[in-house]
Design a protein around this ligand. Structure first.
Ligand code: ASP
Length: 338
């Protein structure tokens, strides 16, 4: 080989920091809108169409970002904002009520490339909690900000601020009234019913961008009738939200106390990283076996760097969807649509 040719090879190598495989990563976005007792018997065709349309819009919105070469973090935030702005889901506009009749929201976002994460918890005036979580990730040295501190920070960052009454919806108010009656009847004052709410409705997204980077995000109002100050799994890194380019991106929905104690998202990633499991095997082992044995209801979406994903849940349904390089959205609700 001539010296000139070697120099040429060296120049090519230096000018090409990403590998060919990374450049052609199969852009993928997977979302969920909560797991729970979701059956055809309880659904009207109109409501089902509304859910499917909202999930599809979320998928298309995130996909546009990925197609334009934007980051997985961008896609996750954009698709979650769509679901937060819909009253259908227990996040943002459709958040459930605490025992005291207030709305306290939690959210987190994590970048699998940098292992940076941002989260907010117990917030009451930020229209899009996922954007506040992203601001914590990018504009602060911290990982989690709660309550007033998170709100002051988000206000200073110029995020949309709303009156707490923005989060009031009749459907969620009625769910709280029913939960209060049930709680009195069952004499379980001070405890969450187990499982806490048959319809969870948290939202989440995981994405793989063109550069081969993963990201995950989750946003929720928590569980109906939770005590004020209660924080669920969604904003806890490794519980309800996790992303690492070494393994996968995960977003969870379900009975948060279980997802925290069993570090569900990180457990799935660790089974891939150390145990050699595929994303489907790892997610299945945790959601369909470990959590079932423990009595923890819910589900996850999990995505690896090759664009392979899994959406296991141990309830009768989970609002969910995926979109791959072909740009065709796939939306599912019931268990038999697997
Ligand atoms: N995991 C959420 C929480 O416990 C609830 C949900 O998924 O709807 O806060």
């Amino acid at each position: 080989m001539t010296r000139a040719f070697l120099t040429f090879l060296l120049m090519v190598a230096v000018a090409t920091p990403v590998t060919a495989a990374e450049r052609s990563a199969p852009i993928t976005l997977v979302i969920h809108g909560g797991a729970g007792t979701i059956t055809r018997a309880e659904m009207t065709p109109e409501l089902e169409a509304e859910y499917r349309a909202a999930l599809e819009l979320s998928l298309r919105t995130g996909y546009e970002r990925l197609k334009d070469g934007r980051s997985a973090v961008d896609a996750v935030e954009a698709s979650i904002r769509v679901l937060e702005n819909s009253p259908l889901f227990n996040a943002g506009k459709g958040a459930v009520f605490t025992h005291e009749g207030t709305n306290e929201l939690d959210a987190a976002i994590m970048d699998g490339r940098t292992m940076m994460a941002g989260a907010v918890a117990g917030i009451t005036i930020i229209r899009n909690p996922i954007s506040a979580a992203r601001a914590v990730l990018e504009k602060s040295p911290h990982v989690i900000l709660i309550g007033r501190g998170a709100e002051v920070f988000a206000t200073a960052q110029g995020l949309d601020i709303v009156d707490p009454s923005y989060f009031w919806t009749e459907k969620r108010w009625k769910q709280l009234q029913k939960a209060l009656v049930d709680e009195k009847r069952e004499g379980a004052i001070g405890r969450l019913p187990d499982p806490p709410d048959p319809k969870y409705g948290t939202v989440g997204a995981v994405a793989l961008d063109r550069q081969g980077n993963l990201a995950a995000g989750t946003s929720t109002g928590g569980t109906t009738n939770k005590r004020f100050g209660r924080v669920g799994d969604a904003p806890i890194v490794g519980a309800g939200t996790y992303a690492s380019n070494d393994s996968c991106a995960v977003s969870a929905t379900g009975h948060g106390e279980f997802f925290i104690r069993y570090t569900v998202a990180r457990d799935i990633a660790a089974r891939m990283e150390f145990g050699g499991a595929t994303v489907a095997e790892a997610a299945d082992q945790v959601v369909m076996k470990k959590l079932v044995e423990a009595g923890g209801t819910g589900g996850v979406i999990a995505l690896d760097r090759k664009g392979r994903f899994a959406m296991p849940f141990n309830t009768s349904g989970m609002y969910r969807g995926s979109i791959g390089p072909d740009g065709i959205p796939h939306v599912k609700i019931y268990a038999d649509e697997r």
